[in-house]
Ligand binder design. Structure first.
Ligand code: NDP
Length: 398
């Protein structure tokens, strides 16, 4: 079989020869008891860079030994990209949310042999799920592999925004010591009302990590958490996103992108937020309206916006989120720490082993199967497509 793997570019200076953390901590289970990926073997050292082209997710030896062909490329956008050319006779495509290969209906129509799209990470919105259902292309992702990684990033971003870390760091880098400038937008989070849109794996972990900060915790989700979980963290449940944003100083977004959540944070919803609130969005860029966020930061309706997700990705060089005031954006990195890479590389291999050996793939990994939303996908996604507009990614110039 032919496996097409679309990964981000190698580091500009080549692959690292050493790493700051020598040994990753050993984890056996995720916080809810789900086991980490269980491939029969791995051919990489956990903690090394695997998510870029030369890293190949550690898959080449395994695939070639089984007689398969692996093609890896970062060239994914614009007419005649390498990925588009290779897709035509591919059986499996692997892509990552950080450097998403937007698998649109048009592309799927050109790939008659395609059987499966694997997301080496979490969040399969870069695949037109409706088209995948129509073309009987299965879609799977490595559920939980980087949820905790993302929740750590969220905590970092909430503190960085509210305490205004970026400004203070910049002053030091510029040789300065002007403390009044450094603190004129700096607050404690203690006592603040902090809410999350979705209390799934990431959202729940964010809430749990925030508890010791003595803040008031709120959440909105499609399904309410069990009473004992609400009590454990003293959570206030909101039955609508409007109700949550009205009272929160900081709003975290941790729901998947699907037709129900696309453009959720638009001018209208932002105008209902507590004036001067902060947003942290590590879910998906398209959940927030690009221009509305920039406008709200300009007007002061929002005091800050941080996150690592954009639309499209890579973001065009003139994307307004690169230059809007009081932002704390990073490129899409929160779920691709070297720690997370070890898990999603192992998870991808587990999925491929099951696929080749005609064994069932874990239900938790399934998004689309046999033309229907399935497993996790049936629980967290809704039918439809959210890939429109992705061709703008071709505007990014290295
Ligand atoms: P989970 O599936 O554990 O959680 C998703 C939660 O979102 C579920 O509780 C689900 O509710 C809820 N949800 C779905 N639709 C809505 C809606 N319309 N309104 C409110 N809540 C909703 O996933 P994770 O927490 O692991 O990941 C969440 C998302 O974060 C991913 O889909 C992905 O987009 C993004 N992500 C980003 C990463 C990054 O690197 N920045 C890495 C990993 C994920 P219910 O189950 O009750 O229906």
């Amino acid at each position: 079989m032919k496996i097409l793997c679309v990964l981000y570019d190698d580091p500009k200076d080549g692959m690292p020869t050493s790493y700051p953390v020598r040994n990753l901590p050993e984890l056996e289970k995720y916080p809810d008891g789900m086991t980490l990926p269980t491939p029969k073997a791995i051919d990489f050292n956990p903690g090394e860079l695997l998510g870029c082209v030369s890293g190949e997710l550690g898959l080449r030896k395994f695939l070639e030994e089984r007689g398969h062909r692996l093609v890896v490329t970062a060239d994914k956008d614009g007419e005649n990209s390498e990925a588009d050319k290779e897709l035509v006779d591919a059986d499996v495509v692997i892509s990552q949310p950080f450097w998403p290969y937007y698998l649109t209906r048009k592309l799927m129509e050109k790939a008659p042999k395609l059987k499966m799209a694997i997301t080496a990470g979490i969040g399969s919105d870069h695949v037109d799920l409706q088209a995948a259902m129509d073309h009987k292309v299965d879609v799977v992702e490595v559920t939980y592999c980087n949820s905790i990684s993302v929740s750590e990033h969220v905590i970092m971003m909430i503190l960085a925004l509210v305490r205004d870390y970026h400004n203070q760091h910049r002053i030091v880098n510029q040789g300065g010591w002007h403390i009044a400038d450094a603190v004129k937008r700096s607050f404690d989070i203690e006592g603040m009302h902090i809410g999350t849109v979705a209390a799934g794996r990431i959202g729940w972990s964010v809430l749990r990590k925030l508890k010791p900060f003595d803040v008031h915790l709120h959440y909105f989700d499609r399904h309410r958490l069990p009473e004992e979980k609400e009590k454990e963290l003293n959570l206030t449940f909101h039955d609508s996103v409007e109700s949550l944003v009205k009272v929160c100083d900081v709003v975290n977004i941790s729901c998947p992108l699907h037709p129900e959540t696309e453009d959720l944070f638009n001018d209208e919803l932002i105008s209902k937020m507590k004036p001067g609130a902060y947003i942290v969005n590590t879910a998906r860029g398209k959940i927030c309206n690009r221009e509305a966020i920039a406008r709200a930061l300009e007007s002061g309706q929002l005091s800050g916006y941080a996150g690592d997700v954009w639309f499209p990705q890579p973001a065009p060089n003139d994307h307004v989120w690169r230059t809007m005031p009081n932002h704390g954006m990073t490129p899409h990195t929160s779920g691709t720490t070297l720690s997370a890479q070890a898990r999603y590389a192992a998870g991808t291999r587990e999925i491929l082993e099951c696929f080749f050996d005609e064994q069932p793939i874990r239900d938790q990994y399934l998004i689309v199967k046999d033309g229907e939303l399935a497993g996790m996908g049936a629980h967290s996604y809704s039918k439809g497509s959210v890939t429109e507009g992705s061709e703008e990614a071709a505007k990014y110039k290295k």
